[in-house]
Design a protein around this ligand. Structure first.
Ligand code: 5GP
Length: 205
């Protein structure tokens, strides 16, 4: 299935270029700090960079707000969205499903705004196949030990879930070869600046 997302520049009848937005994907293991990087980037540049809010079937964590962190839905609603073609991509993530609402992304790109998705590697591979021209950025931890420390530090998950996330992370690390860029998140400020520089390079290309 191909997406109808347009993300290349198109000429109008008067020949002046209309800039459509660019889709950036930040993927990598759970707990690597993608969310912090994305929040930092959007806060630096809220006018031209929008973060897509995902739909998920998992329960909200304390302090998570519906419509801000995620749109929290049940399995039936998620199934309906898949059937209606409303998800640009989706994946199963340790016992639940999360996906990107298509409408928001298409509207923003059409309006010339850039959009960033903070998703897992399976979802990123769907974007690679469905949205040609999107920029795929893999965020990796300085080490697997550090990733484990961060996952445990969240204090929100059972031991089984943490083990599952670490096993998934090993497979995800092998997938970074097909990404356009790899950024190590050893320091939030530095990693955010590196991703900002990548985005800037695409904008000025
Ligand atoms: P968490 O449950 O900790 O919020 O997220 C777990 C993983 O799901 C993270 O790696 C996150 O990037 C990923 N994720 C969040 N939203 C989406 C989505 O819409 N699509 C996909 N494929 N992954 C997502």
């Amino acid at each position: 299935m191909r997406s109808s997302v347009h993300n290349s520049s198109t000429g109008s009848r008067s020949n002046s270029a209309i800039r459509t937005g660019k889709l950036f994907v930040l993927a990598g293991p759970s707990g690597v700090g993608k969310g912090s990087i994305v929040r930092e980037l959007v806060s630096r540049d809220p006018e031209s960079l929008s973060l897509s809010v995902s739909v998920t079937t998992r329960a909200p964590r304390p302090a998570e707000v519906d419509g801000v962190d995620y749109f929290f839905v049940d399995d039936d609603a998620f199934d309906r969205m898949i059937r209606a073609g409303e998800l640009l991509e989706w994946a199963e993530i340790v016992g639940h499903r999360s996906g990107t609402p298509r409408g928001f992304v298409e509207d923003r790109l059409a309006a010339g705004r850039d959009v960033v998705l903070e998703i897992d590697v399976v979802g990123a591979s769907q974007i690679r196949d469905r949205v040609p021209g999107s920029a795929l950025i893999f965020v990796e931890p300085p080490s697997m030990e550090e990733l484990e420390r961060r996952l445990r530090g969240r204090g929100t998950e059972t031991e089984d879930r943490i083990r599952l996330r670490l096993e998934t992370a090993e497979w995800e690390m092998e997938q970074r070869a097909w990404f356009d860029h790899v950024v190590v998140n050893d320091d939030l400020e530095r990693a955010s600046s590196q991703v900002a520089a990548i985005i800037e390079a695409y904008r000025s290309a």
